[in-house]
Design a binder for this molecule. Structure first.
Ligand SMILES: NC(=O)c1ccc[n+]([C@@H]2O[C@H](COP(=O)([O-])OP(=O)(O)OC[C@H]3O[C@@H](n4cnc5c(N)ncnc54)[C@H](OP(=O)(O)O)[C@@H]3O)[C@@H](O)[C@H]2O)c1
Length: 245
């Protein structure tokens, strides 16, 4: 079996930690980034230092028409992918009354439609291998809602439906599909919010701290492992106890 994984948004944060985790697990890594080319190249070097091959690919996930070509390029240049982590994402804090249709549509494209298209393009390779692992990075906000991120919360909640539906469709082929819902993680995405409201946020987290990206990557890595073969269609919270389901 090809040991090739594809991670979207691999240049920074949770995605970069996941790339390294999967490389440590013996996978060659393709990963996308949008603008941070320098960070992507530095990460590729680290993957190579771990003895694995790396293929960084520039892609704005809003460019949906390019997604199938990217997955096929990974298959051609690195090997047919058997692991897919739909991780890339962004937040936009905005009151619902000021949210434009353009902002709404961009968020849905990047955070919901792009993951759908990545799965659709990668699945034929996984079916061929008789093995596949797909992890979708959702959010605590999919479960709680978000007064200043209606579009973010809606897209991330949609990702949970997508996860369960593909889990059903792909179970007969040895392909598992799961979702993770991080709470607050120490990455650029919520730097501003943590700087402004860190004290109040930490008070609400029973474990009293935010997560490190490596902690989320460890969960994703486990869901991608062969040992996790009986877990599918599941949603995993990783939020320090902020919300217990
Ligand atoms: N951090 C948290 O507290 C938290 C909590 C819940 C859920 N999450 C989710 O976890 C995922 C990773 O977040 P993070 O905290 O690691 O964020 P991050 O550090 O800001 O990294 C985001 C990654 O996504 C890429 N990206 C952003 N917009 C993109 C676009 N339009 N097209 C392609 N790539 C794009 C970025 O590429 P560039 O580096 O090139 O910009 C980067 O690699 C996201 O889906 C986020 O919603 C994070």
């Amino acid at each position: 079996m090809n040991r090739v994984a594809l991670v979207t948004g691999g240049s920074r944060g949770i995605g970069a930690a996941t790339v390294l985790r999967l490389a440590q697990m013996g996978y060659d890594l393709a990963f996308t980034y949008r603008v941070e080319a320098e960070k992507a190249l530095a990460l590729a070097k680290k993957v190579e230092e771990l003895g694995r091959r790396a293929l960084p690919i520039q892609l704005d996930l809003a460019e949906l028409a390019e997604i199938k070509g990217v997955v096929d390029r990974v298959a051609h240049d690195l090997g047919e992918p058997v692991i897919l982590v739909n991780n890339a994402g962004y937040v936009q804090r905005i009151a619902p009354e000021n949210l434009s249709l353009e902002d709404w549509e961009r968020m849905i494209r990047v955070s919901l439609t792009a993951p759908f298209l990545f799965i659709q393009a990668a699945v034929p390779y996984m079916k061929k291998a008789g093995f596949g692992r797909i992890v979708n990075v959702s959010s605590l906000r999919a479960l709680t809602g978000s007064a200043h991120g209606v579009h973010y919360s809606a897209a991330k909640a949609g990702l949970l439906g997508l996860t369960k539906s593909f889990a059903l469709a792909l179970a007969p082929f040895g392909i598992t599909v799961n979702a993770v819902c991080p709470g607050f993680v120490n990455t650029d995405i919520n730097k501003e919010q943590l700087e402004k409201h860190g004290v109040e946020i930490l008070k609400q987290i029973p474990l009293g701290r935010v997560a490190e990206p490596t902690e989320v990557a460890a969960l994703i890595g486990f869901l991608c492992s062969e040992e996790a073969g009986y877990i599918t269609g599941a949603t995993f919270s990783i939020n320090g106890g902020l919300r217990m389901d």
